[in-house]
Design a protein around this ligand. Sequence first.
Ligand SMILES: *Cc1c(COP(=O)(O)O)cnc(C)c1O
Ligand SMILES: [Zn+2]
Length: 426
Amino acid sequence: MSDFVRGLKCRLCGKNYPKEPLNFCTEDFGPLEVDYDYDAIRETIHRGKVEMRPFNMWRYKELLPIDGEPTVGPLVGGTPLVKARRLAEELGVESLWIKNDAVNFPTLSFKDRVVSVALSKAVEFGFKTVGCASTGNLANSVAANAAQAGLEAYIFVPSDLESAKIIGTSIYGANVVGVTGTYDQVNRLCTQVAFKYGWGFVNINLRPFYAEGSKSMGFEIAEQLGWRVPRHIVAPMAGGSLIGKIHKAFHELYKVGLIDDPRCKIYGAQATGCNPITDAVKNHREQHRPVRKPNTIAKSLAIGDPADGYFAAKVMRESGGWGEDASDTEIAEAMTLLARTEGIWAETAGGVTLAVTKKLVDQGRIPRDEEIVICITGNGLKTQDAILNLVARPTVIRPSLEEFDAVYQASRCEAAPEIALAGCRA
Ligand SMILES: *Cc1c(COP(=O)(O)O)cnc(C)c1O
Ligand SMILES: [Zn+2]
């Protein structure tokens, strides 16, 4: 497989670099990207070959940058693409799908995709200690996958993170460092730590490899739709990497002959309390303005100065998509809407994505009669506080049938007084 990766390449000037743990071009500080030999891949890959492999992200291994077989996260990916009929009706659209990475293995977010590539790569490079700067889900995934791989992990997070995300990191035996500051400050610290200690930080010196893992979400969506892409796709943005990789995935499938048409309008979603990328798109600016103090319940997306903000805005603009953001109230309401209509409990980032989809449909930016895919990237169990005040409390009764009868009768009367029995008037 290594035959298909030629090395790394600067996304700005195109300068070539060897296959090493590097993330920036020494000429212009442009981010580096994996450089594949697509002609060679096109020669060997075909739909039947992919379809015969187990349904996980590694069935597209020719388009992922590891040598040989994955050593970390061999079972990641292969999440459901759900036809969302009841939600479609609620939004007033004809055809709606949910790519549900809230059930990704092993840590219930799409971050398992990027981490399995980054840590497989870390093992290849010989790192014994790995780490990350994280808004939560990455922390969970690096900790779990490092545990399984027998690697030592140092995880840096903003200290005000949801407790479920901190506990969901410590449980795996990782060294968790809570930093009193924003994600951007955590990230800057990690850059210094990676350099000084020589560790493999998945989203810093391993970032070019890490980022490639996100493409598998796009590959799966296209295959699950029957080897074609949807007309519209809505994805949440933190650092702005995933959205660009979904776009890249569709174009790679086209380049290697697995789909006939890669064109898809791509929409990015952020929280209004931290919206540097959607703000740039809405105001027709090429460069985003960093948000110094993010303030939103969607903590997993709270990156004020996104590394891939420029590229994310470009993908939205050039694909014919758009960017929108949603308030904390809209986010929480969308979380309950998704749960009530489709039985899917997504985290706050999922609320962001659905709330934004609803806005884009209402604004007429996404036509009601064209196919839409929504990317759900994380699990609601991790962000329970967000919906605490929106869900009903249980009715508490004594263990007696009469008490239940009374509760039931009352609820029937509330739901449908016109057809309710005489008991309602009592
Ligand atoms: C990290 C994350 C994202 C966004 O990822 P980027 O590639 O940094 O834009 C989206 N959703 C969830 C739940 C995340 O944890
Ligand atoms: Zn360069």
